[in-house]
Design a protein around this ligand. Structure first.
Ligand SMILES: NC(=O)C1=CN([C@@H]2O[C@H](COP(=O)(O)OP(=O)(O)OC[C@H]3O[C@@H](n4cnc5c(N)ncnc54)[C@H](OP(=O)(O)O)[C@@H]3O)[C@@H](O)[C@H]2O)C=CC1
Ligand SMILES: CC(C)CCC[C@@H](C)[C@H]1CC=C2C3=C(CC[C@@]21C)[C@@]1(C)CC[C@H](O)C(C)(C)[C@@H]1CC3
Length: 379
């Protein structure tokens, strides 16, 4: 039937549609596979940011390797007859199992925090209100031996799961209609580029506030394990049931939009990374900076002189390019763009608050020099 966002749904799925033992088995296999890939030898072991007790944790850098090995395994599986397309019919029970798992996992994390030393707790998430703390997460870097739960969940099962679901939808479309549509190819390609890029630059996640500041609780566990794979794949899900006639000229324009978004996103993120690692690197040595009281400097020219969050701008332009192949007849494919705008506006505000705390007057000066947050001359 036609897609609809407003108005009553024609039916609500019953419990029997949510629960399936096959989905449980499949999800456990998937999670186990990603754990195994995480434990494989890594090309590099990176150090995290300094913790309250002055120590630093170690993290394996083998996320991209996990993506490639997963692709090889899935490819082999398909060759020997694994019905990958059928995954597209199991999304609801899979999301249900993943939600249950996130819930149980967060309960475990909440209890684990009871026995953690005070220095291991996150700045938020320890209010004493059990529901609030369960939701935000109490422990900053929960681990068993060297296995880091938050770091693992941020980048593996959900992120790689997202592109696997996309691929399953592409395969299913080919089985249904003879070949995958151009729109489906674009959505798969763009999102694979995004996930591949995140895993290739895995080390950058160690400086994000999710790792350095936020506890690991239900919100992040649900976000990583359920929200990312099952809602970020909505465009491909939409395309399977609502094929779109996309012609080459329009497809080229959409590719160009994605390329521009990616160029800004990657340029900005890499410029800051390079600068933070070594400010006298020839690629960033000529950029103008402001000194702060902490000894760290802030860039005020280059990408970070254009707006205060150029990486968010690039990310949003890509989000637009992911929706456009789905046409403009429905709102659903634009859900990601809308949700993501809200997420980034909120995230930007949180980051500003933290930067103001860190840098005080220097941050005020930066805000004066670079008045716009995300969109030049508008916001
Ligand atoms: N698809 C998705 O669902 C999501 C995607 N993302 C993406 O992940 C990436 C990382 O984002 P995020 O973790 O929010 O943080 P950012 O990469 O934007 O980092 C913010 C930090 O950068 C430093 N900084 C800010 N301004 C300057 C400056 N002018 N010069 C030098 N350093 C500066 C500050 O830290 P310090 O000074 O301490 O170095 C600040 O705290 C982004 O590209 C974002 O779009 C994020 C969330 C969700
Ligand atoms: C309504 C939901 C419950 C809100 C959940 C928020 C989460 C979806 C996001 C919070 C931070 C995230 C990050 C990524 C994905 C979305 C969530 C989990 C991220 C892994 C995406 C890829 C990026 O390159 C990144 C920097 C690795 C992101 C880290 C934060």
């Amino acid at each position: 039937g036609p897609a609809r966002l407003l108005g009553p749904t024609p039916y609500l799925p019953g419990l029997e549609m949510l629960w399936s033992q096959r989905a449980l088995l499949l999800w456990l296999t998937w999670f186990g596979l990603q754990v195994a890939l995480y434990l494989l030898p890594a090309r590099k072991v990176a150090e995290g940011q300094e913790l309250k007790d002055k120590s630093r944790l170690h993290y394996p850098i083998n996320g991209f390797q996990a993506l490639v090995l997963t692709a090889l395994l899935v490819g082999l599986g398909v060759l020997v007859g694994l019905p990958l397309g059928e995954l597209s019919e199991m999304l609801l029970p899979l999301a249900f199992v993943a939600t249950l798992a996130a819930f149980i996992f967060s309960l475990f994390l909440y209890m684990k925090a009871q026995v953690a030393p005070a220095s291991a707790l996150a700045p938020g998430g320890n209010s004493g209100n059990p529901i609030y703390d369960f939701f935000l997460g109490r422990e900053l870097n929960p681990r068993i031996c060297s296995f880091d739960f938050k770091y693992f969940c941020e980048l593996r099962p959900g992120l790689i799961g997202w592109v696997l679901i996309n691929l399953a939808l592409l395969v299913q479309e080919a089985e249904l209609r003879g070949s995958p549509s151009l729109a489906m190819w674009l959505v798969n390609g763009f999102q694979l580029l995004y996930v591949g890029d995140a895993l290739w630059h895995e080390e950058a996640v160690l400086t994000t506030m999710d790792i350095t500041h936020d506890g690991f609780g239900f919100m992040l566990a649900f976000g990583d394990l359920v929200w990312v794979p099952f809602t970020y794949s909505l465009q491909a899900q939409f395309l399977l049931y609502h094929p779109q006639p996309l012609r080459l000229p329009m497809a080229s324009v959409i590719c160009l939009i994605n390329a521009i978004g990616y160029y800004i996103f990657r340029g900005a993120n890499s410029q800051k990374d390079t600068f933070r690692k070594n400010p006298s690197d020839p690629r960033v040595a000529d950029l103008e900076t402001i000194s702060t009281a902490t000894g760290r400097q802030l860039l005020v020219s280059g990408w970070w002189g254009m707006v205060r969050h150029p990486n968010y701008l690039g990310d949003l332009i890509m989000a637009l390019a992911w929706s456009l192949p789905c046409g403009v007849s429905h709102l659903l494919p634009y859900f990601y763009l809308l949700y993501f705008t809200a997420l980034l506006v909120h995230r930007e505000a949180r980051d500003e608050q933290q930067c103001l705390q860190k840098y005080g007057r220097a941050w005020h000066e930066y805000c004066q020099r670079v008045p716009y947050r995300i969109l030049p001359y508008i916001y």
